[in-house]
Write a new protein. Sequence first.
Lengths: 473, 309
Amino acid sequence: MADTGNDALYQARIKIYPRSVKGRFRNFKWAVLGLAYGVYFLLPWLRWERNTGPDQAVLFDIAARKFYLFDLVAHAQDLLWLVGVLLIAALLLFFVTGIAGRVFCGYFCFQTLWTDLYLLIERLVQGDRVARIRLDKSPWNANKLLRKAGTHLLWLAVAFWTGLTFTLYWDNAPDLVVKWFTGSAPFAAYATTLFLTATTYVMAGLAREQVCTYMCPYARFQSAMFDEDTRIVAYDTSRGEGRQGRHKITRELKSREQRREQGVGDCIDCGFCVQVCPTGIDIRNGLQVQCISCALCIDACDTIMDSLGWERGLIRYTSEAQAEGKKSSLLKPKTIGYGLALLLAISALVWSVSSQAPLDVAVVQVRQPLFVRLSDGHIQNSYELHLENKTDQPIDLAIMMHGLAGARLDAGKFSALTLAPQHSLRVLVRVRWRSNHNEQGSRSFFLDVIPQKRQDLGMISAPATFYLPGSAR
Amino acid sequence: MSQTKSSKPSAVQTTGHAWDGDIQEFNNPLPSWWLWAFYATVVFAVVYWVFYPAWPIASSYTKGVMNDITFLDSNGNRKTTHWNTRSALLRDLQEGKTAVLSRDYLDKVAAASYMEILGDPEMMAFTRSMAKGIFGDNCAPCHGSGGAGVIGLFPNLADDDWLWGGSVEDIQATLENGHLGFMPAFGEVFDDAQLDDIASYVLSLSGHAVDAAASERGKAIFQTNEGGCYYCHTHEATGLKSQGAANLTDQIWTIADVNGAADLEGKKERVKQVIANGVQRRMPAWSDRLSAAQIKLLTVYVHELGGGQ
């Protein structure tokens, strides 16, 4: 439509060429990146000694429904722990964001980490900001082709190894790598690896800051947790602008004294802080939704201030309240609330993990038929016992019952009932009972699973219900 | 960052065509990502034609170059064919990971004796899980998914009363050969009063408080050649296993719903109906429909449903 041409909804992306910078925040970010990559890329290869199970330290065995985490084995019933971990992650995000702003975005988010690595590759192959701009503007020739192709190939290699590493967490890593390259790995392994290769390449190589600005929901709801005391990366406007605004260094405006006299601020408008920004914003325009608090502009400005011999901190971590000269307090009901909820969630998870039952018993009533009349007038109910041994030693079991006077238990004709380590079993048991008073309805009782020859395991009494022919008869 | 482009209506180019002097056509080309995605699907389709069945040719079709699906057909011959989902499914059912696993376990159970299976928790768990499916496919239509049967039509397999014997050998023989259950109709032979007497006697056998005189008259018919009931039901009325005759002394009734009747008269009426009309039941033979291993699994399953002997 011609008449709506003025309000275009689509904005073409303006390519960003972030410049490299050195400084304490940059060093910290490299350290985080090194640590995170060390854990992520090496963990599947770490071997671990177990009495039963694979020798891989961290392995998520979907087929066997067992999740190996060092000495902990999580079973399907322990899925609630995942809820706990996710809850803790969410609360930690709220807590940290409430105190220190978008720390996660700036230092720990994988989008930030992988984009950093991709920028490093780009810089090593094509050169820094100016060289890259010049290369993009130059006509296609052998040099440009080589550098561009080299960058993308290296990106793809990193993306591929990222995807493959993720896949390795779900099967025995050394085997799977061999299988992957000999074409005998499961389809899911290829699909997962190639999908993550594609997403890593697209997100970290091509989309970059657009992921943070347009796609990421966390970026948006973290803004809702900000208040005037939240730590933010901010430009000291009063110092930088003075009365007359910022100005480049000229012969008349060289020393701070000259600038003060002229009413000009400390910002020399060199643009370094804008050039290093991975999301392409100007921090001097104030708090913006695109800012991921990566603090690289602080490093950039500190570098300039150091070279001029002026004190650092023209761009620094501060809060809105501090910037306006008020006192900023971190102990606020909101942060205390987040902190308490976080502690509660962590304690609950730790308690749940440490009190994992070594022997899991569940009783499932056979409901088809619910009860059967036997030839001697007894009523029979059947139950399926789901037994799971979560230890790495075999457990001998005896099955008994209590709570239903005169009832007989038939637990099958097994000579011995042994649960192999990390193994589950379903056993059918039958209970026969005759009420002396022609009762109807149902009665509660307990099926007892008693570990033999194991002092460390106690008897487990599982509640069960015995059904009699209903009142309709 | 991005900036809004100031695109004025006049900035949109036209194709340069003009009709009727002044009708022009704006040139709004497709977005390039859309166009490239379209080209990609074209390339994908061409690659697909090479590898997979694609183009119809008269009564046949192009088969694709992937001639790699090998499976056993219904005659047991090894066949290799072009890629198709039907054969791929057959191959997975024959050689898939879980298929091989369950076949290995099935071989183990098939080689074991009944005592070994019943004494081993692992083998029992496998047998119950696998036989449940076979039972559901073949037996459940009559006997119900839990084996509870239907009173008057199909016997309850979950109780401990067995018309044809409840040992594993008996159950296996029943499954293999089937049975014809037959009791003659006495409705033409005896009058109503006599039927009443016989029913009274039958109920007295399982401890019901019936009229003693009627019961005595009924006993005379039951235990002599007048009625001849004892031929099959025996003098003790516990039933002859070889005839599939019911045990009349216990609390289980498979034809007359005695336990479902409200009072003694109702119970007697239901027993009378059975004596008058007789019983004709047929359990089909399964030896030509199920494999020996499947019958073995089913035998153990039925034995364990409620109370095998």
